[in-house]
Design a protein around this ligand. Structure first.
Ligand code: GUN
Length: 299
């Protein structure tokens, strides 16, 4: 039976460490400071985004980050959203800016991400930070891939020389994670909707990261015994059983957990795996950006 890579536990440890980092930095002579401030820019009413944004705000409250949400209607113009971002770039109480995705298809998401000051880009999605990642230079890293790497590290998973398969090539997860795994000396394949014989690729993998956005895609017959499985998917499944009626249903991932758990060596649960780590990495990036913005260097 697989060991669980427990994202809730690890995220709680990160939060404890961030609380003390904030207290120490605030107490440091020469720190002029506001507490760390994160602003989430949300456009439209994607229901899943509503849940994520609330979770981020709650987590900020737990560690002492002041958070705000700027919520534009789905009808907002590109110019209106750009103006919000420009204002936040110049706001010294805001150290981290996150443009919550997805945004309505009528807007140009790339242009919005490009408008964020790279030193406040706590999502790591500005081309400068993506370029730094690609070159292996220090910089703000995308939260979900950084969370996956932290979980693997905490689980003691050796990556050097490992055959890794990432399913999904999004800019939010698959692409940056593929680079991070390569930098940890894994041999990485990034599979996507045009990949032929996906099941065969899966069966070869010693590390399988699934960010396909397809509930239950990976079952027992797709994995080799001893595989390490990281499930990035999260889907709300409506109530199936009569006794669940009136509830919100359950959350499940891209992996059939009950079928794969007996075969894998390690596995992340959904919920409680990658999700809390994404939030923890966002907090960590915000504190890092705040420290940079508020550290007074001697003349
Ligand atoms: N939507 C779902 N996850 C994320 C995330 O990590 N960052 C942003 N900006 N949008 C998201």
């Amino acid at each position: 039976m697989a060991k669980r890579l427990d994202g809730r536990l690890l995220a709680a440890r990160h939060e404890a460490s961030l609380r003390s980092t904030i207290a120490q930095h605030l107490a440091t002579a020469g720190c002029t400071s506001y507490p760390p401030g994160l602003v989430v820019v949300r456009v439209g009413d994607d229901p899943a985004s509503g849940v994520y944004v609330r979770k981020k705000a709650q987590a900020c409250g737990r560690v002492g980050i002041e958070s705000r949400i700027i919520h534009h209607p789905a009808t907002a113009s590109q110019q209106e959203v750009l103006e919000s971002i420009h204002q936040l770039n110049g706001d010294s109480s805001c150290h981290g800016i996150l443009v919550q995705l997805p945004i309505p298809p009528t807007l140009n998401a790339c242009q919005l991400l490009l408008a964020v000051d790279p030193s406040k880009d706590v999502d790591g999605l500005h081309p400068l930070n993506l370029g730094r990642l690609m070159r292996g230079e220090p910089g703000l890293r995308s939260c979900t891939p950084a969370g996956v790497m932290a979980l693997l590290d905490h689980g003691g998973i050796a990556l050097d020389g490992t055959r890794a398969l990432v399913i999904g090539r999004s800019i939010l997860v698959g692409q940056p994670l593929g680079i991070m795994l390569q930098q940890a000396n894994a041999t990485v394949t990034v599979a996507h909707s045009h990949t032929r014989n996906l099941a065969d690729h899966c069966r070869q993998a010693e590390l399988l990261v699934v960010a396909a956005g397809k509930p239950g895609l990976v079952g027992a017959d797709w994995v080799r015994p001893g595989v390490v499985v990281v499930d990035v998917g999260i889907h709300r499944v409506p109530p199936q059983q009569p006794q669940q009626q009136g509830t919100q249903g359950t959350l499940r991932g891209d992996v059939c957990f009950s079928a794969v758990e007996p075969l894998a060596s390690h596995i992340t649960p959904v919920p409680g795996g990658v999700g809390p780590m994404t939030v923890a990495m966002l907090l960590s990036n915000t504190v890092q950006a705040w420290q940079r913005h508020t550290t007074v260097t001697p003349a």
